[in-house]
Design a binder for this molecule. Structure first.
Ligand SMILES: Cc1cc2nc3c(=O)[nH]c(=O)nc-3n(C[C@H](O)[C@H](O)[C@H](O)COP(=O)(O)OP(=O)(O)OC[C@H]3O[C@@H](n4cnc5c(N)ncnc54)[C@H](O)[C@@H]3O)c2cc1C
Length: 380
């Protein structure tokens, strides 16, 4: 096996790192405190190609491989997981879905603007009464002439406050369960569609999360994405690959927590010694490093398998499960190594501790990843 990155992948990592240090690191604390999305930075990320990472060049993207996207997500997340959340939704959930399932006309209409951050997109599957059990959704889309009429509510939709287009899953045949779901592209200004208030969150506070309301919202038939009644598959296939991006986000947060813990261990003294001279602290750092490296290999491997067109479904769930769990563990230890200072907002580890937590919940909770892994293990 070859564990080296290509020169192009190294360049993606290096340039994303430089961008994150220059543009994100200085503002990440303020975004968190002010509960503010860095829209200007997101647009800049778009102009540099980071919002169209895996979109083919013919649709305005940069046509990079999945591993390059993972490297960019990891580096941006080291500095600001809030901003990388929006990057992940745009790349993994919107663009990837459209590249895989939209018609040629839809791709030409929407992808060029999404790929460069002229427009933003959101992915709306979760509802008040259906999260993990995504097939239990209740939003309906009834065919009427050349349109579908949508009614229902979506909850916890990332990037909703500023998105221009929404990929919405609704029941087109309520009697058929998950074989009666379809995917629609809803433009923000469509009558009958409204975006609700911002949720007040524990972490990733510099990202937007809102409810969506559909009240007799008329969506043209031409905005159906993929086949009628086949939308559940569209959602699941999109999430299979999206999880690789969240694994990379968790990895970036964990790496940042380790970086902070190492730095602090070289600065802080107790009992006349640097913290890093105590073996108890050294062992904590060693365990953190081993976990981060294992998460990195799992995450890169799942991206590599996708790039090589190999079956990566279990791999992406394993990577997401492991990276998300260790991100919380590593951030927790980083707080512990900082002692009381780790509990104070002025220290980066306090934010990392809160930001890490979401990676165990969205795009499938850790429990749901275990269900996917077990299903893959037990299938004939
Ligand atoms: C900040 C944020 C951003 C989000 N962004 C988006 C977005 O952009 N688009 C979108 O569609 N959704 C989004 N979500 C929703 C997210 O994906 C769901 O919250 C998540 O899938 C869990 O669903 P739930 O909250 O309804 O929890 P539930 O499904 O009610 O789960 C509650 C608990 O029960 C466990 N559980 C459920 N079923 C099982 C089972 N069969 N076996 C074992 N345990 C089980 C879960 O693991 C969890 O611990 C976001 C959520 C948050 C908080």
């Amino acid at each position: 096996m070859d564990f080296t990155l290509t020169p192009e992948q190294e360049l993606f990592r290096k340039s994303a790192r430089e961008f994150a240090l220059k543009e994100l690191e200085p503002i990440a604390t303020d975004l968190d405190r002010e509960h503010r999305v860095a829209l200007d930075v997101l647009r800049e990320l778009g102009s540099l190609g980071y919002l169209g990472m895996t979109v083919p060049e013919e649709y305005g993207g940069i046509g990079a491989d999945m591993l390059s996207y993972v490297l960019v997500m990891e580096e941006l997340s080291r500095s600001c997981a809030s901003t990388s959340t929006a990057v992940s939704v745009q790349n993994s959930l919107c663009n990837t879905l459209l590249v895989e399932f939209a018609s040629e006309a839809q791709k030409r209409k929407y992808l060029p603007d999404l790929a460069v951050g002229k427009r933003f997109g959101a992915f709306a599957l979760t509802e008040p009464e259906s999260g993990s059990d995504a097939a239990g959704l209740k939003t309906t889309a009834v065919a009427k002439g050349d349109s579908f009429i949508l009614n229902g509510t979506k909850r916890f939709i990332t990037s909703a406050s500023f998105s221009d287009i929404f990929l919405v899953f609704a029941l087109t045949d309520p009697s058929a369960g998950n074989r009666g779901v379809s995917c629609f592209l809803v433009e923000r200004d469509t009558p009958g569609f409204t975006v609700g208030k911002e949720e007040d969150k524990l972490g990733i506070r510099g990202s937007s999360t809102c409810e969506l309301f559909f009240e007799s919202c008329r969506v043209p038939r031409e905005n159906l994405i993929g086949e009628l009644h086949r939308g559940f598959k569209v959602a699941m296939v999109t999430l299979d690959s999206g999880r690789i991006g969240i694994a990379a986000q968790a990895l970036g947060i964990a790496q940042a927590a380790l970086d902070e813990a190492v730095k602090y261990s070289k600065e802080r003294k107790a009992f006349g010694k640097l913290l890093g001279e105590f073996q108890a602290i050294q062992f904590k750092l060693a365990d953190m490093k081993a976990k981060v490296e294992a998460a990195r290999l799992l995450t890169y491997k799942s991206a590599w398998k996708k790039d090589h067109k190999l079956d990566y479904i279990a791999d992406s769930s394993i990577a997401k499960l492991y990276a998300a769990e260790i991100a919380s563990e590593v951030a927790d230890e980083a707080v512990q190594i900082h002692g009381g200072y780790g509990y104070i907002r002025d220290y980066k580890v306090e934010r990392l501790y809160r930001d890490a937590r979401i990676t165990r919940i969205y795009e499938g909770t850790s429990e749901i990843q275990k269900l996917v892994i077990a299903r893959e293990l037990l299938k004939d």
